[in-house]
Design a protein around this ligand. Structure first.
Ligand SMILES: Nc1ncnc2c1ncn2[C@@H]1O[C@H](COP(=O)(O)OP(=O)(O)OP(=O)(O)O)[C@@H](O)[C@H]1O
Length: 241
C-alpha cells in the first residue's frame, strides 16, 4: 500500500496584494524524499512555500498535511513544518544559543544535537556570538538550524544554499539527504540546478505561479545517466516560453 502523502494540495491558489501569484498548484508528496522546486526569479516559489507552511493564506483550493486538512489553519500548517526564517529577520541582539532555545521552547522540543548538522552549520563556533555581528552566510546557518528543531517530519527551505560556503553546502546536502532517507519530507526551492539533478528525488518546475513541468524519481534517475544532456534540458525548460 502506498504511503500516505506527507503533503497534498489540490488547485492551490495564493494571492498577494489582490493579485493571483500561485495558480492552481496540485501536488501529492510522499514522505521520505527530497522534493525540489525550480523556477526563475518571480515564478512564485517563495509564495508557494510560504503558503504551504502557514506564512500566507490559501486563497482557493485545499491543502492537507498527512491526513489533516490545514487549508484554513495557518498556525497548524506552521507547527507541522521545520522552517528557516529569512536570515535578515533574525533578532540581531540575541545569540544563536538563546534564539535556538526560544525556538525549541516554542516547539516544546530540543535544540538539535546531531553532530553532522552542528558541524555542517558551524553551530558550536557561532552559538555564543551576537547574531547582529554574523556574516550573511553565518546568519543563514543559524536560520537553517531553526528548521531542524524537534527533528520535524517535514522541513521546508527556501533556497537553503544561499550565502553558504562550499563546505557547508556539501555538508548540508548530506544532512538533507540523510533526513529524507530517514523518512522526512524535505521541500526546497532551489536555484541550484546541479543539486536538483543530483540530490532531489523528484520535483517541479514552476513558471508564472503554475507547474510547468514535473520530474518524477524515474525522470531524475534517467536524467542522471547523461548529466550534460539533462542539464541542457533543464535550462531549456527554465527559459520563459
Ligand atoms: N509583498 C509582495 N507584494 C507584491 N507582490 C509580491 C510580493 N511578494 C511577491 N510578490 C510577487 O509575487 C511574484 C512571485 O514572487 P516570489 O517571491 O514567490 O517568487 P520566487 O520564485 O520565489 O522568486 P525568487 O527566485 O526571486 O526568490 C513576483 O512577481 C513578485 O513580484
Amino acid at each position: 500500500m502506498a504511503a500516505q502523502p506527507a503533503l497534498r494540495c489540490e488547485d492551490l491558489c495564493v494571492d498577494i496584494a489582490g493579485k493571483r501569484i500561485v495558480k492552481s498548484v496540485s501536488l501529492s508528496l510522499a514522505p521520505g524524499q527530497w522534493y525540489g522546486i525550480l523556477g526563475v526569479n518571480g515564478s512564485g516559489k517563495t509564495t508557494l512555500l510560504n503558503s504551504l507552511c502557514g506564512r500566507l493564506p490559501v486563497a482557493q483550493g485545499r491543502l492537507w498535511l498527512g491526513d489533516e486538512e490545514v487549508t484554513a489553519t495557518p498556525q497548524r500548517r506552521a507547527a507541522l513544518w521545520g522552517y528557516a526564517p529569512p536570515p535578515d529577520s533574525l533578532p540581531p541582539e540575541l545569540t544563536p544559543q538563546v534564539l535556538l532555545a526560544l525556538v525549541a521552547e516554542s516547539r516544546q522540543s530540543q535544540v538539535p544535537d546531531d553532530p553532522a548538522l552542528l558541524e555542517a552549520l558551524d553551530y558550536n563556533a557561532l552559538s555564543h556570538k551576537m547574531i547582529g555581528t554574523l556574516s550573511a552566510g553565518q546568519k543563514q546557518k543559524i536560520a537553517l538550524m531553526c528548521a531542524f528543531v524537534g527533528e520535524p517530519a517535514r522541513i521546508i527551505l527556501d533556497e537553503p544554499f544561499n550565502w553558504l560556503d562550499p563546505l557547508a553546502i556539501y555538508a548540508l546536502k548530506n544532512c538533507l539527504t540523510q533526513r529524507a532517507r530517514e523518512g522526512a519530507l524535505i521541500l526546497t526551492a532551489l536555484h541550484d540546478v546541479s543539486s536538483f539533478m543530483t540530490r532531489c528525488d523528484a520535483g517541479v518546475l514552476l513558471a508564472d505561479g503554475e507547474i510547468k513541468r514535473g520530474f518524477s524519481s524515474d525522470d531524475l534517475s534517467e536524467g542522471r545517466k547523461d548529466i550534460a544532456a539533462f542539464e541542457h534540458t533543464l535550462y531549456a525548460s527554465l527559459r520563459p516560453a
